[in-house]
Design a protein around this ligand. Structure first.
Ligand SMILES: C[S@@+](CC[C@H](N)C(=O)[O-])C[C@H]1O[C@@H](n2cnc3c(N)ncnc32)[C@H](O)[C@@H]1O
Length: 207
């Protein structure tokens, strides 16, 4: 069952079939992948790009109680209201100290502690994604997972991810049909790719 059909999560989508993006910027398939990976997290979760907090909600709600979630966002998309207060559906996680907001650009943040799941969904340009990978790969534990959103729709994301795969820095473990080997026709429902970390980044390799 896709996650948008579950009572606790359905408010993130609207419409007759609860499949139109509302609070979340992901399709039900993508949200379900996020949920499945969050359930498996064992250390800590980092999110780059929160927007209205739809993906943040899934990361918090689906992971175990003792798994901290750190959510980084420059908050530039929230203009003109610039309301950076956590929305009510995230308040509880903040009060329980499970969720921490960092309202800064990802390139200004360094997370010292290890994590085993990271969602990269902030600046989708080639420079933005490669900067995030270079900055956040080190503390992603070996075997940990990096989720990249907008793999098909954003060239910059594809370039960085394909480079990680080509150099065997990571392997693809997307939980639906492997995105990189299917046509882009299903990209509306699945524009996500999940990479498992295999090795550290070699500075001599150009991403
Ligand atoms: C596509 S939205 C995230 C959607 C969210 N993950 C979801 O699925 O509901 C991208 C977010 O990334 C943020 N962003 C853009 N560039 C950023 C950067 N360099 N550092 C941190 N956040 C950034 C924007 O402010 C925006 O809120």
């Amino acid at each position: 069952m896709l996650i948008n059909q579950q009572k606790d999560f359905s408010f993130l989508w609207v419409g007759k079939n609860k499949d139109s993006r509302h609070i979340i910027r992901m399709s039900p398939t993508e949200g379900t992948i996020l949920h499945m990976l969050s359930v498996q997290a064992t250390t800590r979760i980092v999110e780059i790009g929160r927007y209205k907090g739809g993906s943040t909600f899934i990361l918090c709600k689906s992971s175990r109680k003792n798994i901290p979630v750190i959510s980084i966002d420059s908050c530039e998309s929230l203009e003109p209201n610039k309301n950076i207060e956590p929305p009510n559906y995230l308040q509880n996680f903040i009060e329980l100290k499970k969720l921490t907001f960092i309202n800064k650009k990802s390139e200004e943040v360094y997370i010292e502690r290890p994590y085993d799941l990271i969602l990269i969904d902030g600046d989708h340009s080639f420079t933005g994604v490669s900067t995030d990978v270079k900055r956040y790969w080190l503390n992603l534990i070996k075997g940990g997972k990096a989720i990249f959103h907008d793999y098909w729709s954003k060239k910059g994301v594809r370039r960085v991810v394909d480079s990680l795969l080509k150099h065997k820095i990571g392997t693809e473990i997307t939980l639906v049909e492997p995105t990189t080997t299917t046509t882009p026709s299903n990209k509306k429902n699945n524009d996500i790719v999940v990479i498992q970390k295999e090795t550290e980044l070699d500075p001599s390799i150009k991403l």
